[in-house]
Ligand binder design. Structure first.
Ligand code: SF4
Length: 720
């Protein structure tokens, strides 16, 4: 696309961990990004961007961008590096990785997540590279694992209702989600629904920006969502607010779920959740009587021990009332399962030694601190094992030491739970650490090598979405800044430097992108690669006006909604959803709960997206400083006053924050909007800065072995 001789417009995609996956129009002059705007033609984007990405030019041309490969010259963590050429960097890194691989390639751990979510610069060529090497696999659990596990148990896959339909719903439950911050396009649709008279209910321990604008706010205790959902089911059954015909035709396990729900009268759930019994009954009656009715549940509900079962119980609600019959009814957690992704063609797991029966071990990224704590002299137990759920330690972490870690699209020192443990691991002198990055992050500080990566403005990619159902293409708008290279090119060069010869490691970016999809699938009927490149986006062949699940056809073994999942008993889990008290609750750990009486949650700060954007000056200025929100009664009980600098702590660590005393935090809950970089947070008594993950835990969820960021007990006191 071209606008003037001086300026041109390029079609692009937002790469960040956000369900909206916006189609962008990037205005460029010379080799400079002038403006980033939403594509007005893309229905999900509708010409609108969040304030973060609207400032993408500032991020792209930030003076702190890494522009050359850097080799460490000082002690680990000292921040002393020297620039070297790509040829030297590749030769030296390749040689070191080959030496480690000769001992056991599983000692090499790839570590990446959703810093960019594209098929090419995310997990495409990089996974092929590590598979061919025989490196450890990464159990990518840090954000959505428990929820995905729970939803797959009920629906068969991560599928749900069309996001476009929310504006036509008459009742909307926002369950563990704050779309004003984390899904601005959904929020616009909800505002439309509100204008048409819809009732919108927020279910959240924190009165978020979204909750403030809802008709009702149910302030439940963190980690009690399953109890609330089961009580709603109880009322639906006892008051016969069911669609028995839909249940009969499209679900299985209704009797067993009924038996379980009868154990959950509203009074019991009210006590556990800390909400009024009358509110539970009111909500159940609303859900059982208003049509169309929709639930937007998000990953907030699954960051505690029983997160998977919470999603299972919540996902049962639309099936029981036949909400799926309406185009604007049902539930949406993720739409990613609608995309016909060909993982085998894309990531080539067949390149792994032992494929398909005996694969390299898997390391759970949510317990990376524990994995890095295994000393090298522990070598010997080189058995291939997978990670386990429900415990703080994965089997993988207790067997093979980690001798090298390669990090891209991630910032584990700041983002992974239990920072002190993670930092101890990255500080190991015998750990070889390579970090691909845009900026000198908390993780890059501990690297042996920092490799400058291109931003989304400088490389090609293709994206699916987990909030809508369009593919979106990202064309490079400008040439790379300095000597930065796309992740894909870095892994191609590294493969060459290491003497790897598998042709799939050297595919160009468009070939990798095309390999990620099953082009023969009916949902890609009529979509051509050429059109996609030209238009910048393409919807899957689905009619958003029709609910694709209205008549069942769920991708489960039976094609029905699995209210009960008998396959779970093989894993030692209850086939029927139930409430599991959080690991750090009075029920499970009374001693810890007495020592640390406050439950801590760390929802996304309004202007950050995980740790991305924290270093963009204008954005950080809007956010201010790290804060901890406490209910007035909790503050008074501790003698704390508004604006005080406080220490939030437990036995894992501590961080400092400015106290905000507000009834937006429910009683007994501390709220720390996140995720700040450690280095930008105030230190305590002259110590290094720490963010909220100084106190979070490496315990894992029961289903999905996911992170439990919101299953965390703390105490708060004044800092002198
Ligand atoms: S972060 Fe989300 S809302 Fe913002 S531009 Fe990206 S996809 Fe759109």
């Amino acid at each position: 696309m071209t606008t003037t001789e001086q300026e041109r417009t390029v079609r692009a995609a937002c790469p960040h961990d956000c369900p909206d996956t916006c189609a962008l129009r990037v205005t460029v002059s010379g080799n400079r990004v002038i403006r980033v705007e939403g594509d007005p033609d893309h229905p999900a984007t509708d010409g609108v961007l969040c304030t973060k990405v609207a400032r993408y030019a500032e991020r792209t041309h930030h003076p702190d961008r890494l522009t050359q490969p850097l080799r460490r010259v000082g002690p680990k963590g000292s921040g002393q590096f020297e620039p070297v050429s790509w040829a030297v960097a590749m030769a030296e890194i390749g040689q070191r990785l080959n030496q480690i691989a000769a001992r056991d390639p599983q000692r090499i751990v790839p570590y990446s997540y959703a810093g960019t979510m594209g098929f090419v610069q995310g997990d495409g060529l990089a996974q092929r590279f590590f598979h061919a090497l025989g490196a450890s696999r990464l159990d990518a659990t840090i954000c959505s694992a428990a929820g995905s596990n729970g939803l797959a148990s009920v629906h068969g896959k991560s599928i749900g209702m069309a996001v476009e339909q929310f504006e036509h719903s008459k009742l909307i439950l926002l369950w563990g989600t704050n779309p004003v911050t984390s899904s601005v396009h959904l929020w616009r649709r909800i505002q439309t629904a509100k204008r048409k008279g819809a009732v919108v209910v927020a279910i959240d321990p924190f009165e978020s920006d979204s909750a403030q604008k809802c008709d009702r706010w149910l302030a439940l205790r963190p980690g009690t969502d399953a109890a609330l959902a089961l009580a709603l089911i109880n009322v639906l059954i006892t008051e016969d607010l069911l669609d028995r015909d839909w249940i009969e035709q499209h679900t299985e396990g209704f009797e067993a779920l009924t038996e379980r729900a009868m154990q959950w009268p509203a009074a019991r759930a009210a006590e556990i959740c800390g909400v009024a019994e009358a509110d539970i009954v009111w909500l159940a009656r609303q859900w059982g009587s208003v049509r169309p009715a929709a639930i937007r549940v998000n990953y907030g509900v699954q960051r505690a021990r029983g997160g998977a079962d919470a999603v299972r119980a919540i996902a049962a609600l639309p099936a029981l009332t036949g909400a799926w019959r309406d185009a604007a009814g049902g539930i949406l957690l993720s739409s990613s399962g609608w995309f016909p992704v060909d993982v085998t063609g894309w990531q080539r797991p067949d390149l792994m030694p032992g494929w398909p029966d005996r694969l390299p071990r898997s390391v759970n990224m949510s317990a990376i601190g524990e994995a890095l704590a295994i000393p090298l002299e522990n070598a010997g137990a080189s058995t291939s094992v997978g990670s386990t759920s429900g415990s703080s330690t994965s089997d993988s972490s207790t067997s093979i030491p980690v001798e090298a870690i390669v990090v891209w699209n991630a910032n584990p020192v700041a983002v992974a739970p239990d920072s002190e443990s993670v930092i101890r691991g990255f500080a190991r002198e015998d750990l070889f650490t390579v970090v691909l990055e845009h900026f000198q992050t908390d993780t890059a500080d501990w690297a042996d090598w920092v490799l400058p990566a291109t931003t989304q403005m400088e490389h090609f990619d293709l994206h699916k979405s987990y909030g809508h159902t369009s593919l979106v293409v990202n064309h490079p708008a400008i040439s790379p800044i300095g000597d930065a290279l796309p992740n894909s090119e870095i892994f191609r060069r590294l493969a060459r430097a290491m003497g790897l010869t598998e042709p799939a490691l050297f595919d160009d970016d468009q070939t990798v992108a095309r390999s990620a999809l099953d082009w023969s699938h009916p949902r890609l009927a009529g979509v051509t690669w050429e059109d996609l490149l030209e238009r910048g986006w393409a919807p899957l062949t689905m009619d958003p006006k029709v609910n694709p699940l209205a008549n069942g056809g769920f991708p489960t073994a039976s094609g029905r909604v699995q209210l009960v999942d008998s396959a779970l008993s093989v894993q030692g889990r209850d086939p029927v959803p139930d409430w599991q008290p959080p690991w750090e609750s009075a029920e499970v750990d009374p001693e810890r709960s007495a020592l640390y009486p406050l439950q801590l949650i760390s929802p996304p700060a309004r202007n950050f997206l995980n740790t991305t954007f924290v270093n963009v000056t204008s954005i950080r200025a809007r956010e201010g400083e790290p804060e901890c929100l406490l209910h007035p009664a909790d503050a008074t009980q501790r003698g704390l006053v508004e604006g005080a600098l406080v220490k939030v702590f437990n036995d894992r660590g501590a961080f400092a924050a400015r106290l905000r005393v507000t009834e937006r935090a429910r009683r007994g809950v501390a709220v720390a909007p996140s995720i700040w970089w450690h280095r930008d947070a105030p230190g305590i008594q002259g110590g290094p800065g720490r963010n909220v993950n100084a106190v979070t835990s490496q315990r894992l969820t029961e289903g999905g072995a996911g992170a439990t960021f919101y299953d965390c007990r703390v105490e708060v006191e004044a800092l002198a």
